[in-house]
Ligand binder design. Structure first.
Ligand code: ADP
Ligand code: MG
Length: 384
């Protein structure tokens, strides 16, 4: 909801105070899946969907959080912030406030209103958008400034330590640091990054499978354990390998037989995905869209067959896109087991591509998907 005027009006009506307004985008990952916790590479893009946060000071020592999406308000005492989350939407903005307090900042009372159009829980990172918008709003009220990478770390800590979700740094990082018309190649080891331009003739077509298989939580944990098992085997021979980021395909050829078959496959995905992600950034920088499409296809195969994190619906969404006019590359994006696919499509074909893909998926799977045509948007900022 980029409607600055609408958020300002609702904040004024509810709190009788002029808000300062901030925006933070959702994101889609072009390539680099399950590489973040192996200290590897990811290449996300900030998208047009975003969350707005309006903030104004209060003199009664209360922190009042309101979400227009939920039509719900929660009040806390700034002097006695909760220690624990309560499985409520307010955990996300409150987590940011509590984390700032834990970093030593005195938190005054304020009113915060939130309103976003990032689809909730669809893998486009509405959670990071809320956290980053809240973090910008609250740090501005405190008259302190966190550089983008540190703002992202703060929000990741809020989600890991307060909300209790074990996410990597990618979502918060791209929301805080995205750049219009660019993807961002992020090195999750040291948070250094390179922008890779998305040509104006390329559209991001995000296709929501509308399924989210409930195995995802448990499978995420077991995949991580298998990745760590593979890394430990390699480290027995090469102690300098601390994460799969440091390992090579040659290591797998030499020592793969000492791993369980699953650990070997998961490691093969992570190691080759790191290579593909760096190569995909180079392809964008050199305007080699054919190579980019090839890397995305290979990434999907690896994610589906070696990492086994796809599902029937996502495989169908990718397969059904293959012969549609304008397709550059398609793959399942996000944590896996459902969610969205990302399709890079020649902009002139994007609308008919979206329509044809939706019709094919509805016929094949029996579910009408949501399909969004996006462009690479800028990162979080204050709106004047
Ligand atoms: P995703 O980040 O993929 O959208 P998550 O499960 O990580 O999914 O985060 C979704 C949660 O974030 C929501 O259930 C809600 O608690 C919180 N959230 C997201 N957007 C808003 C919003 N505009 N207002 C209040 N809470 C929000
Ligand atoms: Mg999230």
């Amino acid at each position: 909801m980029h409607d600055f005027g609408a958020l300002r009006s609702l904040h004024l009506a509810r709190f009788q105070a002029e808000p300062a307004i901030f925006v933070a985008p959702g994101r889609v990952n072009l390539i680099g899946e399950h590489t973040d916790y192996a200290e590897g590479f990811v290449m996300p893009v900030a998208i047009d969907f975003a969350t707005l946060a309006g903030i104004s000071p209060r003199s009664d020592g209360k922190i009042v959080l309101y979400s227009e999406n939920y039509g719900d308000e929660k009040t806390f005492d700034a002097e006695a912030l909760p220690e624990k989350a309560s499985k409520h939407w307010s955990d996300y903005p409150l987590g940011v406030v509590v984390t700032l307090a834990r970093e030593g900042h005195a938190i005054p009372g304020f009113s915060l209103s939130l309103w976003g159009d990032v689809p909730l829980g669809s893998g486009l990172s509405s959670s990071a958008a809320v956290e980053v918008a809240t973090a910008l709003a609250v740090t501005s009220l405190l008259e302190i400034s966190y550089p983008g990478p540190l703002l992202a770390r703060l929000c990741q800590r809020a989600e890991n330590e307060f909300v209790g979700a074990s996410c990597g740094i990618m979502d918060q990082f791209i929301s805080a640091n995205g750049a219009e018309d660019n993807a961002l190649l992020l090195d999750c080891r040291d948070l250094s990054y390179t922008l890779a331009p998305i040509p104006p003739e390329v559209a991001l077509v995000i296709a929501n499978t509308m399924v989210s298989h409930s195995v995802a939580g448990g499978e995420y944990t077991s995949r991580r354990a298998e990745v760590e098992e593979a890394c430990a085997v390699i480290a027995r021979h090469r102690p300098e390998v601390r994460f799969l980021r440091d390992a090579t395909v040659r290591d797998l050829e030499q020592w793969g037989q000492e791993m369980s078959p699953n650990a070997l496959k998961r490691a093969r995905h992570v190691i080759t995905e790191n290579l593909r992600t760096v190569a995909a950034a180079a392809a964008l920088i050199h305007h080699d869209l054919k190579e980019l499409g090839r890397l995305m296809a290979e990434a999907h195969r690896s994610y589906s067959q070696d990492f086994e994190a796809s599902c029937l619906e996502a495989d169908a969404m990718v397969a059904l896109a293959q012969d549609l006019p304008g397709l550059i590359g398609a793959r399942l994006t996000g944590g896996g087991f459902g969610g969205c696919t990302i399709n890079l499509v020649e902009r002139e074909h994007a609308a008919e591509f979206a329509e044809a893909l939706g019709a094919r998926y509805a016929t094949e799977i029996g579910i009408v998907p949501q399909i969004h045509i996006c462009h690479a948007s800028g990162g979080a900022r204050r709106l004047a």
